[in-house]
Design a protein around this ligand. Structure first.
Ligand code: ZN
Length: 881
């Protein structure tokens, strides 16, 4: 039996709701198994709506306990109700008050949408469609209401009661000495997905912030008792975010309080509910002993991201869920810019592009590809994707390139001013920039409409006599499900022509494409671009700063890449040149591994990496990134089809070992420079740790006789999580002596820190060893594994599926089968997390025949399961399509 396939919802079918809700007064009587919610909704018929038009409210598994209109109970024949829908057949034509009583069971809510309990704390998650699991409502983002929330609970169970907006009143409940209440009022009209409440026994840390117009804002971060000392970094990040948004975007905070609550059971990273952000605790809690440098950077970015939503998402929200990128793409762009200003811009850009290529490019090339603004969905939860977020941010970045920094600032100013308080669209967003810049952005808008990553191919030729450089450029998107043809897009290609002295050369004139400063604007399927007045054959540096989310193929000799890896004035392209060089070399090694030949690394790669390792003039964080080889998944993506993950792993291992043994002396020198002294989570100190640990990784790969000893020593001596985890990973992934003892020591040390324990699971799940599948199976039955905690599931099963290509893609199919088992088990409890896990099969067709048939069988088994959720049904159908 198949579960029913839900009907697709289409952008072209959008129409406003016939009624709107102007005010919401909620009274929530909390109890673990039977919470009573009383909602009083002030409803108004739109002028275009005929009197007597039925009012249909969304529900999600609700039990109706009372219903009245304007204070009077209504007869049963004038409405219909199911757990998922409440319909008033003939509502009043004048504005009216609808009162709805519902009863819900927070304890039984394992899907973590709506109201649920996490470690005894009541909390909510309403984006995208969770509010309908609290009360019947017009649960869509274009219905903006002012909310007043009264929360009542047992004082012993929930001494802290939090809602959106500002606190109004609190105190004991008359005649019920064991209960107390709090009332919160949010004066800013908002969609229901931004509703939140939290009640529990929580500790907090407090600080304050004065906005530029003098508003004093009380800042609080709520956590479980005993974790207050892990909030300093998050609070510091929040204050820096608030100041930065005023300085850079002119956006000021607008309430008297800003609260953050960290909970341990959370489906997403964090949620920007108005004035009450709720966070997965991994993006709040940090200290030297339990958080890595990457964790610190992530906390800074996610705190900023959610805070920045106050303007891009909350004050100006989405008209419908197709416009999700309106808030997410723009807000990711904003948090990337914030992190760039806090840290090294080049390093941040490289990290972001690595993420884009590893997550979004495969999505955009397979069965789950969709435009940045999708045109249809069956389950909106499945569209919180790398395409909407990361590619959405790249589109905003291109927009800034096209209209220039000043035009971009003027455009965002106009957008904020014109649409404040509205639920709007991508068209309205683009119109602001078109207006201030005078540019026609209609062709550019294709980036929101078209799926797939454009492949830009460039052939260059230099004519020494004419002193001219000719580029033949084409752009193409391979056919995708539902998109046979593609149209050429506007693609800004920042570039430089590098002379033999390593400096950028001047040129006289360009024909065949528009050039704005250092940027070539492509817009046609094929273009021939001619530069004149070019005095010598240049090394061509294209797509500087990764100015567009495209795949660039511009054939380049290893020696030219090596030259650019040393001389390109654009740090991103300097990094890219060394990566491309390593990729070309690794692909040759993969072919050798598949042919059973000896694996010999290219000397030019070894030389370039040696130069980076020994160049003390470069930023350590940049050197660490430049020394990282492309990942196994990156190589699989380059290979594209008939992928054999075992050959990919062998090739990568061979190059790592060659790098280690060739540069043994440089590596030993780098290891001896490891700094001691008090821990500093800042970017500079983190960069030094990253470089030292990258050097250690190559040293361990060299097979040096004292490698295990040195790694074990670092593990024992490490005074911070970054170094300890780096050493543990090398021990476990290299199957080195001492690995088991280190795992045990790590577990004992961190037994009470669930975030650190997640790392313990993850290290084992990502070990590229043939024994790993058995280990992972055993860990799934471990007393510390909790199948209801999304972070723990992600740290084991998801990490195995996405972070261990050779073992997930075992030739016998057992890796696929293991993950399929977990998808099915999870689906009944938490469909959102199950569907997310299922997306790890998205590139199954790229495997060689044996593996792809095993993957297909695993997908078929999921597809044939009874009662599959709508979330998982949607993904599996698209994967098999
Ligand atoms: Zn967001």
């Amino acid at each position: 039996m198949r579960s029913d396939t839900a009907p697709a919802i289409r952008l072209e079918d959008y129409s406003p709701a016939p009624y709107t809700i102007k005010a919401v007064a909620l009274d929530m009587q909390l109890a673990p198994k039977a919470t009573q919610v009383h909602a009083r909704l002030t409803i108004r018929r739109l002028t275009d709506t005929l009197p007597g038009t039925p009012l249909v409210l969304d529900g999600g598994g609700l039990e109706l306990t009372s219903l009245s209109v304007n204070g009077a109970a209504i007869p049963v024949e004038s409405y219909t109700v199911t757990p998922d829908k409440l319909e008033l057949l003939s509502p009043p034509s004048e504005p009216f008050e609808l009162e709805i009583g519902t009863r819900i069971d927070p304890d039984a809510n394992t899907q973590l949408e709506g109201l649920y309990r996490s470690s005894g704390t009541y909390c909510t998650q309403c984006e995208a469609e969770g509010f309908r699991r609290i009360t019947y409502f017009l649960d869509r983002p274009d219905v903006l209401a002012v909310y007043t929330t009264r929360i009542e609970a047992r004082k012993s169970e929930a001494p802290i009661l939090l809602g959106n907006g500002n606190p109004v009143e609190s105190g004991p409940v008359p005649d019920k000495p064991e209960r107390h209440f709090a009332i919160w009022h949010d004066p800013h009209p908002k969609p229901s997905y931004l509703f939140a409440m939290v009640a529990g026994d929580l500790a907090h840390v407090a600080d304050s912030f004065t906005t530029r117009s003098g508003r004093n804002v009380d800042l609080k971060i709520y956590v479980e008792h005993g974790r207050e000392d892990k909030c300093d970094w998050a609070m510091d990040s929040l204050k820096r975010s608030m100041r930065w948004d005023e300085e850079v975007f002119g956006c000021e905070y607008d309430l008297d309080v800003f609260n953050i609550v960290a909970v341990s059971d959370f489906n997403m990273g964090a949620m920007e509910n108005k004035g009450l952000n709720i966070f997965n605790d991994k993006y709040v809690l940090a200290d030297q002993d339990t958080a890595t440098d990457q964790d610190y950077a992530n906390i800074e970015a996610v705190i900023a991201h959610e805070y920045f939503h106050n303007w891009t998402g909350n004050r100006i929200t989405c008209r419908d869920w197709f416009q999700l990128c309106l808030k997410e793409g723009l807000t990711v762009f904003r948090d990337q810019e914030f992190s760039s200003d806090m840290r090294s811009r080049a390093v941040k850009r490289i990290s972001d592009v690595r993420l884009l290529k590893s997550h979004q490019f495969p999505e955009d090339a397979g069965p789950l590809a969709h435009p940045v603004r999708p045109r249809k969905y069956t389950e909106i939860n499945n569209f919180y994707t790398a395409t909407v977020y990361e590619k959405g941010a790249e589109v905003v970045r291109m927009l800034k390139t096209l209209v220039g920094a000043e035009g971009f600032k003027a455009g965002t100013d106009l957008y904020f001013q014109r649409h404040d308080g509205e639920a709007t669209t991508i068209e309205a967003f683009l119109a602001s920039f078109a207006e201030v810049s005078g540019q026609d952005l209609s062709h550019f808008a294709l980036w929101y409409e078209q799926a797939g990553t454009p492949l830009v191919e460039v052939e260059s030729s230099y004519d020494a006599t004419a002193q001219s450089l000719t580029l033949k450029i084409s752009q193409e998107i391979a056919p995708l499900p539902g998109q046979a043809d593609s149209k050429p897009a506007v693609i800004p290609i920042r570039f430089g022509l590098i002379g033999s002295d390593g400096a950028d050369m001047a040129f006289e004139n360009v024909e065949g494409a528009e050039v704005r400063q250092d940027c070539l604007i492509l817009s046609q399927r094929r273009q021939t671009v001619r530069f004149s007045g070019v005095s010598e054959r240049p090394a061509l540096s294209l797509l500087r700063g990764f100015s567009a989310p495209v795949k660039l193929h511009a054939p380049e000799k290893d020696q030219d890449l090596a030259f650019r890896a040393a001389h390109d004035s654009d740090p991103f392209n300097r990094w890219q040149a060394s990566q491309t060089l390593a990729t070309q070399s690794l692909l040759r090694l993969v072919r050798a591994a598949e042919a059973g030949e000896e694996l010999v690394a290219d000397s030019v790669v070894l030389d370039v990496f040696g130069s980076i390792l020994s160049d003390g003039s470069l930023d350590p964080a940049f050197r660490a990134l430049s020394l990282q080889l492309p990942g196994e998944a990156d190589l699989a993506r380059e290979i594209g089809k008939n992928v054999d993950p075992t050959a990919v792993l062998k090739a990568r291992d061979a190059l790592r070992a060659a790098l280690g043994s060739t540069h043994m002396d440089l590596l030993r020198a780098a290891l001896s420079q490891r700094e001691s002294g008090p821990f500093d989570p800042g970017a500079e100190a983190a960069g030094k740790r990253a470089l030292a640990n990258q050097a250690l990784a190559y040293f361990a790969a060299s097979g040096a006789s004292d490698a295990a000893l040195i790694v074990n020593d670092l593990f024992d001596r490490a005074d911070n999580m970054t170094d300890r985890l780096a050493a543990l990973t090398l021990l476990v992934h290299g199957d080195l002596p001492g690995a088991q003892a280190a795992l045990e020591a790590f577990r004992n040390r961190h037994e009470t820190s669930s975030l650190a324990l997640d790392k313990w699971f993850m290290v084992q799940a990502t070990a590229p060893l043939s024994s790993t599948l058995k280990t992972v199976r055993d860990l799934a039955g471990h007393r510390l594994f909790d199948e209801n905690n999304p972070n723990r599931v992600r740290s084991l099963v998801h990490a195995f599926a996405t972070g261990n290509p050779s073992q997930f893609g075992r030739p016998d199919g057992a890796g696929f089968s293991f993950v399929a088992d977990h998808v099915l088990a999870l689906d009944a409890r938490n469909p959102q997390v199950a569907a997310r896990l299922l997306t790890c099969f998205r590139s199954w067709r790229a495997y060689e025949a044996q593996r792809s048939s095993h993957a297909e069988a695993a997908l078929q088994r999921i597809s044939e399961a009874e009662n599959l959720s709508r979330d998982s049904r949607d993904i599996v159908d698209r994967c098999l399509q």
